[in-house]
Design a protein around this ligand. Sequence first.
Ligand code: ZN
Length: 176
Amino acid sequence: MQCPFCKTPDTRVVDSRLAEDGTQVRRRRECEKCGGRFTTFERAQLTMPNIVKRSGDPEPFREDKLREGIGHAIYKRPVSPEMVDHAIDSVMRKLRGTGEREVPSRQVGEWVMEELRDLDHVAYVRFASIYRAFEDVNAFREEIERLQAQPSAAERKSQLPLLEAETTTRRRGKNG
Ligand SMILES: [Zn+2]
């Protein structure tokens, strides 16, 4: 770590110990060039990153908002609350796993789509039609045909028809 006094790129750790009940590591460092000493604290970053909306504005991550978005997509679909919890856990793990302070909402949308694609194709298409503005009707149709060729777990079980009203592209304009 750089010396805060003389900006030498590297400093030596002279002491390292656990602090705050083991949730922190406290290090005493010394600069061999100027002799300056300073302390650093290291702790796990467990807070969720902020979500950067398409407008560029960051906002705190909200689990209820994520749950609501998935809830709309799975409306009247054979997806259990446990499956939803699992999908939300998975997305939140990925969010934390970035180690970033900010993650674009677009990225979160992609992760949600990955989860839904495995869960239920209708839910996936509903979500995707809102979050991934399909370039044109053909791109949308190609995606649906691709999905129909590979039924999801729920569809294989129940033989539910893929897409009834869904085939009419529902564009909702701008979404955060
Ligand atoms: Zn120094």
